[in-house]
Ligand binder design. Structure first.
Ligand code: PMP
Length: 358
Protein backbone atom coordinates (compact mmCIF):
# COMPACT_ATOMS: atom_id res chain seq x y z
CA UNK A 1 0.00 0.00 0.00
CA UNK A 2 1.33 3.41 -0.81
CA UNK A 3 1.93 5.94 1.93
CA UNK A 4 1.47 9.71 1.61
CA UNK A 5 5.24 10.13 2.06
CA UNK A 6 5.87 7.98 -1.04
CA UNK A 7 5.18 11.11 -3.06
CA UNK A 8 8.12 12.89 -1.41
CA UNK A 9 11.35 12.78 -3.45
CA UNK A 10 13.66 10.02 -2.15
CA UNK A 11 16.56 12.50 -1.90
CA UNK A 12 14.43 14.70 0.39
CA UNK A 13 13.34 11.77 2.56
CA UNK A 14 17.00 10.83 2.97
CA UNK A 15 17.84 14.30 4.34
CA UNK A 16 18.07 15.04 8.02
CA UNK A 17 16.00 18.18 8.71
CA UNK A 18 18.01 21.31 9.54
CA UNK A 19 16.81 21.91 13.07
CA UNK A 20 17.98 23.20 16.42
CA UNK A 21 17.38 21.57 19.79
CA UNK A 22 14.97 23.61 21.94
CA UNK A 23 17.35 24.07 24.89
CA UNK A 24 17.36 27.36 26.80
CA UNK A 25 20.09 28.94 28.94
CA UNK A 26 20.86 32.43 30.18
CA UNK A 27 24.23 32.42 28.38
CA UNK A 28 23.06 31.66 24.84
CA UNK A 29 26.07 31.22 22.58
CA UNK A 30 24.77 28.59 20.16
CA UNK A 31 23.59 30.63 17.15
CA UNK A 32 26.27 33.23 16.40
CA UNK A 33 23.97 36.10 17.31
CA UNK A 34 25.04 39.52 18.51
CA UNK A 35 24.96 39.05 22.31
CA UNK A 36 23.61 42.55 22.83
CA UNK A 37 20.05 43.34 21.78
CA UNK A 38 19.49 45.97 19.08
CA UNK A 39 20.59 49.35 20.51
CA UNK A 40 17.80 51.41 22.14
CA UNK A 41 18.25 54.36 19.77
CA UNK A 42 17.64 52.07 16.79
CA UNK A 43 14.55 50.58 18.40
CA UNK A 44 13.10 53.97 19.37
CA UNK A 45 13.64 55.56 15.97
CA UNK A 46 12.13 52.48 14.25
CA UNK A 47 9.07 52.63 16.53
CA UNK A 48 8.67 56.36 15.87
CA UNK A 49 8.67 55.84 12.09
CA UNK A 50 6.32 52.86 12.35
CA UNK A 51 3.82 54.85 14.44
CA UNK A 52 3.57 57.36 11.58
CA UNK A 53 2.87 54.72 8.95
CA UNK A 54 -0.50 53.16 8.04
CA UNK A 55 -0.22 49.44 8.79
CA UNK A 56 -3.21 48.83 6.54
CA UNK A 57 -1.10 49.53 3.45
CA UNK A 58 1.19 47.07 1.69
CA UNK A 59 4.89 47.83 1.57
CA UNK A 60 6.10 49.29 -1.76
CA UNK A 61 6.16 46.58 -4.45
CA UNK A 62 9.88 47.10 -4.81
CA UNK A 63 11.36 48.47 -1.57
CA UNK A 64 13.31 51.19 -3.40
CA UNK A 65 14.30 53.20 -0.31
CA UNK A 66 15.69 50.09 1.38
CA UNK A 67 17.50 48.92 -1.76
CA UNK A 68 19.11 52.34 -2.05
CA UNK A 69 20.12 52.33 1.60
CA UNK A 70 21.56 48.81 1.25
CA UNK A 71 23.43 49.83 -1.91
CA UNK A 72 25.05 52.78 -0.13
CA UNK A 73 25.84 50.62 2.89
CA UNK A 74 27.22 47.70 0.89
CA UNK A 75 29.07 49.77 -1.73
CA UNK A 76 27.15 48.53 -4.78
CA UNK A 77 24.42 49.75 -7.16
CA UNK A 78 20.77 49.79 -6.09
CA UNK A 79 19.54 47.86 -9.15
CA UNK A 80 21.94 45.06 -8.15
CA UNK A 81 20.38 44.64 -4.69
CA UNK A 82 17.68 42.26 -3.43
CA UNK A 83 16.36 42.32 0.12
CA UNK A 84 15.09 39.09 1.65
CA UNK A 85 13.33 37.63 4.64
CA UNK A 86 16.67 36.65 6.14
CA UNK A 87 19.54 35.66 3.87
CA UNK A 88 18.12 32.12 4.03
CA UNK A 89 15.35 33.24 1.71
CA UNK A 90 17.89 34.63 -0.75
CA UNK A 91 19.93 31.40 -0.70
CA UNK A 92 16.70 29.59 -1.51
CA UNK A 93 15.65 32.03 -4.26
CA UNK A 94 19.09 31.92 -5.86
CA UNK A 95 19.11 28.11 -5.90
CA UNK A 96 15.48 27.92 -7.07
CA UNK A 97 16.30 29.84 -10.24
CA UNK A 98 19.57 28.01 -10.93
CA UNK A 99 19.25 24.39 -9.70
CA UNK A 100 17.20 21.45 -10.97
CA UNK A 101 17.81 17.93 -12.28
CA UNK A 102 21.26 17.63 -13.83
CA UNK A 103 22.59 20.80 -12.18
CA UNK A 104 25.62 20.72 -9.89
CA UNK A 105 26.26 22.73 -6.75
CA UNK A 106 29.79 22.83 -5.33
CA UNK A 107 30.34 23.49 -1.63
CA UNK A 108 33.32 23.09 0.68
CA UNK A 109 32.57 21.22 3.90
CA UNK A 110 32.15 21.57 6.79
CA UNK A 111 29.97 24.61 6.09
CA UNK A 112 26.48 26.02 6.66
CA UNK A 113 24.09 23.07 6.15
CA UNK A 114 21.37 24.89 4.31
CA UNK A 115 23.22 25.16 0.95
CA UNK A 116 23.41 21.41 0.44
CA UNK A 117 19.95 20.86 1.83
CA UNK A 118 18.15 23.26 -0.51
CA UNK A 119 20.20 22.12 -3.50
CA UNK A 120 19.13 18.53 -2.72
CA UNK A 121 15.47 19.47 -2.29
CA UNK A 122 15.66 21.08 -5.73
CA UNK A 123 17.04 17.86 -7.30
CA UNK A 124 20.53 19.24 -7.75
CA UNK A 125 23.69 17.22 -7.32
CA UNK A 126 25.86 18.43 -4.44
CA UNK A 127 29.62 18.15 -4.91
CA UNK A 128 31.67 18.65 -1.77
CA UNK A 129 35.36 19.45 -1.40
CA UNK A 130 36.72 19.12 2.15
CA UNK A 131 38.52 21.96 3.90
CA UNK A 132 42.22 21.21 4.39
CA UNK A 133 43.63 19.83 7.67
CA UNK A 134 43.97 23.35 9.09
CA UNK A 135 40.23 23.80 8.43
CA UNK A 136 41.01 26.41 5.73
CA UNK A 137 39.75 26.51 2.14
CA UNK A 138 41.65 24.11 -0.12
CA UNK A 139 41.77 26.51 -3.04
CA UNK A 140 43.72 24.26 -5.37
CA UNK A 141 41.25 21.43 -4.91
CA UNK A 142 38.30 23.77 -5.39
CA UNK A 143 39.83 25.22 -8.55
CA UNK A 144 40.46 21.76 -9.96
CA UNK A 145 36.91 20.64 -9.18
CA UNK A 146 35.49 23.77 -10.80
CA UNK A 147 37.64 23.24 -13.90
CA UNK A 148 36.74 19.55 -14.20
CA UNK A 149 33.06 19.56 -13.17
CA UNK A 150 32.01 23.12 -14.07
CA UNK A 151 29.35 23.34 -11.33
CA UNK A 152 26.38 25.56 -12.06
CA UNK A 153 26.73 27.17 -8.65
CA UNK A 154 29.68 27.28 -6.22
CA UNK A 155 28.93 28.48 -2.70
CA UNK A 156 31.72 29.64 -0.39
CA UNK A 157 30.92 30.89 3.08
CA UNK A 158 33.50 33.50 4.14
CA UNK A 159 34.03 33.74 7.07
CA UNK A 160 32.91 30.13 7.09
CA UNK A 161 30.29 28.87 9.48
CA UNK A 162 31.33 26.88 11.55
CA UNK A 163 35.14 27.09 11.17
CA UNK A 164 35.66 30.88 10.80
CA UNK A 165 38.10 30.67 7.85
CA UNK A 166 38.11 33.32 5.10
CA UNK A 167 38.90 33.00 1.41
CA UNK A 168 41.52 35.54 0.24
CA UNK A 169 40.65 37.78 -2.72
CA UNK A 170 43.40 36.35 -4.91
CA UNK A 171 42.20 32.81 -4.20
CA UNK A 172 38.64 33.80 -4.99
CA UNK A 173 39.83 35.36 -8.27
CA UNK A 174 41.32 31.97 -9.20
CA UNK A 175 37.94 30.30 -8.63
CA UNK A 176 36.05 33.03 -10.48
CA UNK A 177 38.46 32.74 -13.39
CA UNK A 178 37.91 28.97 -13.63
CA UNK A 179 34.11 29.07 -13.20
CA UNK A 180 31.53 29.45 -15.93
CA UNK A 181 28.72 29.13 -13.37
CA UNK A 182 27.79 31.39 -10.48
CA UNK A 183 30.14 31.84 -7.53
CA UNK A 184 28.31 32.83 -4.35
CA UNK A 185 30.14 34.26 -1.34
CA UNK A 186 28.06 34.16 1.81
CA UNK A 187 29.31 37.11 3.87
CA UNK A 188 26.94 36.65 6.81
CA UNK A 189 29.84 37.35 9.19
CA UNK A 190 31.96 39.76 7.14
CA UNK A 191 31.76 42.63 9.65
CA UNK A 192 33.82 40.60 12.13
CA UNK A 193 36.57 39.97 9.57
CA UNK A 194 36.81 43.56 8.39
CA UNK A 195 36.89 42.28 4.83
CA UNK A 196 34.43 42.04 1.94
CA UNK A 197 34.57 40.78 -1.64
CA UNK A 198 32.06 43.40 -2.82
CA UNK A 199 34.77 45.31 -4.78
CA UNK A 200 35.20 42.17 -6.92
CA UNK A 201 31.61 42.54 -8.18
CA UNK A 202 32.93 45.15 -10.59
CA UNK A 203 35.30 42.63 -12.18
CA UNK A 204 33.15 39.49 -12.21
CA UNK A 205 29.58 39.30 -13.53
CA UNK A 206 29.15 35.74 -12.12
CA UNK A 207 29.85 36.74 -8.51
CA UNK A 208 26.98 36.94 -5.99
CA UNK A 209 27.39 38.26 -2.43
CA UNK A 210 24.98 37.39 0.38
CA UNK A 211 24.69 39.28 3.65
CA UNK A 212 22.44 39.43 6.70
CA UNK A 213 21.23 41.67 9.51
CA UNK A 214 21.07 38.64 11.84
CA UNK A 215 24.64 38.75 13.15
CA UNK A 216 26.63 42.00 13.51
CA UNK A 217 23.49 44.09 12.93
CA UNK A 218 21.76 42.50 15.98
CA UNK A 219 18.42 41.85 14.25
CA UNK A 220 18.07 38.08 13.84
CA UNK A 221 14.50 38.31 15.15
CA UNK A 222 13.45 40.63 12.32
CA UNK A 223 14.66 38.37 9.46
CA UNK A 224 16.51 40.69 7.06
CA UNK A 225 19.07 39.64 4.48
CA UNK A 226 20.38 41.09 1.24
CA UNK A 227 22.04 39.97 -1.94
CA UNK A 228 24.40 41.96 -4.17
CA UNK A 229 25.09 40.98 -7.78
CA UNK A 230 24.97 42.21 -11.37
CA UNK A 231 21.52 43.71 -12.11
CA UNK A 232 20.96 41.08 -14.87
CA UNK A 233 21.25 38.42 -12.16
CA UNK A 234 19.21 40.13 -9.43
CA UNK A 235 16.37 40.55 -11.97
CA UNK A 236 16.28 36.77 -12.48
CA UNK A 237 16.76 35.78 -8.82
CA UNK A 238 14.01 38.23 -7.81
CA UNK A 239 11.52 36.14 -9.81
CA UNK A 240 11.67 33.45 -7.11
CA UNK A 241 10.83 35.87 -4.27
CA UNK A 242 7.27 36.27 -3.05
CA UNK A 243 5.77 39.75 -3.41
CA UNK A 244 6.18 41.78 -0.20
CA UNK A 245 8.62 39.22 1.22
CA UNK A 246 9.98 41.74 3.69
CA UNK A 247 7.47 43.30 6.09
CA UNK A 248 7.36 47.00 6.88
CA UNK A 249 8.65 46.62 10.44
CA UNK A 250 11.81 44.87 9.28
CA UNK A 251 12.31 47.23 6.33
CA UNK A 252 12.07 50.25 8.61
CA UNK A 253 14.38 48.77 11.22
CA UNK A 254 16.95 47.94 8.53
CA UNK A 255 16.91 51.53 7.23
CA UNK A 256 17.40 52.91 10.73
CA UNK A 257 20.18 50.41 11.53
CA UNK A 258 22.07 51.52 8.42
CA UNK A 259 21.70 55.19 9.34
CA UNK A 260 22.92 54.59 12.90
CA UNK A 261 25.48 51.85 12.19
CA UNK A 262 28.61 53.89 12.83
CA UNK A 263 27.60 55.19 16.25
CA UNK A 264 25.42 52.36 17.54
CA UNK A 265 26.59 49.08 16.00
CA UNK A 266 30.21 49.40 14.91
CA UNK A 267 31.42 49.78 18.53
CA UNK A 268 29.63 46.51 19.43
CA UNK A 269 31.27 44.72 16.50
CA UNK A 270 34.67 45.97 17.64
CA UNK A 271 34.00 44.78 21.16
CA UNK A 272 33.01 41.35 19.85
CA UNK A 273 36.20 40.96 17.80
CA UNK A 274 38.32 42.01 20.80
CA UNK A 275 36.50 39.50 22.97
CA UNK A 276 37.00 36.80 20.32
CA UNK A 277 40.77 37.25 20.62
CA UNK A 278 40.60 37.22 24.42
CA UNK A 279 38.49 34.04 24.41
CA UNK A 280 40.89 32.38 21.98
CA UNK A 281 43.95 33.03 24.11
CA UNK A 282 42.24 32.11 27.39
CA UNK A 283 40.77 28.87 26.07
CA UNK A 284 44.04 27.88 24.42
CA UNK A 285 45.56 27.73 27.90
CA UNK A 286 43.20 24.94 28.98
CA UNK A 287 44.57 21.42 28.66
CA UNK A 288 42.48 19.33 26.28
CA UNK A 289 41.04 22.21 24.26
CA UNK A 290 42.42 23.43 20.93
CA UNK A 291 40.51 26.48 19.66
CA UNK A 292 40.74 27.26 15.93
CA UNK A 293 41.49 30.85 14.92
CA UNK A 294 38.37 32.50 13.53
CA UNK A 295 37.57 35.71 11.64
CA UNK A 296 33.90 35.58 12.71
CA UNK A 297 31.99 36.02 16.00
CA UNK A 298 32.30 32.33 16.86
CA UNK A 299 34.95 29.63 16.91
CA UNK A 300 35.21 25.87 16.91
CA UNK A 301 37.56 23.96 19.18
CA UNK A 302 38.87 20.44 19.28
CA UNK A 303 38.07 18.82 22.55
CA UNK A 304 39.64 15.96 24.51
CA UNK A 305 36.18 15.33 26.03
CA UNK A 306 33.25 14.28 23.85
CA UNK A 307 31.53 17.40 22.44
CA UNK A 308 28.20 16.06 23.75
CA UNK A 309 29.64 15.81 27.27
CA UNK A 310 30.91 19.39 27.09
CA UNK A 311 27.50 20.52 25.81
CA UNK A 312 25.72 18.80 28.74
CA UNK A 313 28.20 20.03 31.34
CA UNK A 314 27.90 23.62 30.11
CA UNK A 315 24.11 23.41 29.96
CA UNK A 316 24.11 22.36 33.61
CA UNK A 317 25.98 25.63 34.24
CA UNK A 318 23.33 27.57 32.26
CA UNK A 319 25.47 28.00 29.11
CA UNK A 320 24.20 26.85 25.70
CA UNK A 321 26.75 26.04 22.97
CA UNK A 322 26.57 24.15 19.66
CA UNK A 323 27.68 20.56 19.32
CA UNK A 324 28.98 20.42 15.74
CA UNK A 325 30.39 16.89 16.02
CA UNK A 326 28.01 15.59 13.34
CA UNK A 327 29.58 17.90 10.71
CA UNK A 328 32.18 16.37 8.39
CA UNK A 329 35.72 16.59 9.87
CA UNK A 330 34.43 17.95 13.19
CA UNK A 331 33.79 14.75 15.18
CA UNK A 332 35.82 16.11 18.12
CA UNK A 333 34.71 19.73 17.96
CA UNK A 334 32.16 22.08 19.47
CA UNK A 335 31.35 25.67 18.50
CA UNK A 336 30.61 28.69 20.61
CA UNK A 337 29.71 32.27 19.76
CA UNK A 338 31.41 35.24 21.37
CA UNK A 339 29.21 36.68 24.10
CA UNK A 340 29.36 39.83 26.19
CA UNK A 341 32.52 40.18 28.34
CA UNK A 342 30.57 38.94 31.41
CA UNK A 343 29.23 35.93 29.49
CA UNK A 344 32.71 35.13 28.23
CA UNK A 345 34.08 35.28 31.77
CA UNK A 346 31.45 32.74 32.86
CA UNK A 347 32.29 30.52 29.90
CA UNK A 348 36.03 30.62 30.57
CA UNK A 349 35.46 29.75 34.23
CA UNK A 350 33.05 26.92 33.36
CA UNK A 351 35.34 25.37 30.74
CA UNK A 352 38.22 25.74 33.20
CA UNK A 353 36.27 23.66 35.71
CA UNK A 354 35.21 21.06 33.17
CA UNK A 355 38.63 20.55 31.61
CA UNK A 356 40.82 20.89 34.66
CA UNK A 357 38.66 18.61 36.79
CA UNK A 358 39.41 15.59 34.64
N1 PMP B 1 24.49 32.18 6.12
C1 PMP B 1 25.23 31.72 7.13
C2 PMP B 1 26.63 31.36 6.90
C3 PMP B 1 24.65 31.56 8.40
O1 PMP B 1 25.40 31.09 9.41
C4 PMP B 1 23.30 31.91 8.58
C5 PMP B 1 22.61 31.77 9.91
N2 PMP B 1 23.10 30.91 10.81
C6 PMP B 1 22.59 32.38 7.48
C7 PMP B 1 23.21 32.51 6.27
C8 PMP B 1 21.14 32.71 7.56
O2 PMP B 1 20.93 33.88 8.21
P1 PMP B 1 19.57 34.69 8.13
O3 PMP B 1 18.57 33.90 7.35
O4 PMP B 1 19.19 34.87 9.55
O5 PMP B 1 19.93 35.96 7.44
Amino acid sequence: MSKPTDTIKPAVRALRAYALTPHRASVKINQNENPWGAPVRIKEETERRLAERKWSRYPDFIPVALHEALAGFGGWKADGVLAGNGSNELIQALLMVSVGKGKRVLISEPTFTLYGQIATVLDGEVISVPLNFNLEYDVESLRETITNSQPDVTIICSPNNPTGCVIADDDLRKLLGAASGLVVIDEAYHEFSDHSVVPLLNEHANLVVLRTFSKAMAMAGLRIGYLLAAPELTREIGKALLPYNLNVISQTAAEVAIELYETELRPLVQKITQERERLFSELKKLGGLAPVRSRANFMVMRSRLKPRTVFDELLERDILIRDVSSYPMLGDYFRLSVGTPEENDKLIAALGEIFNER
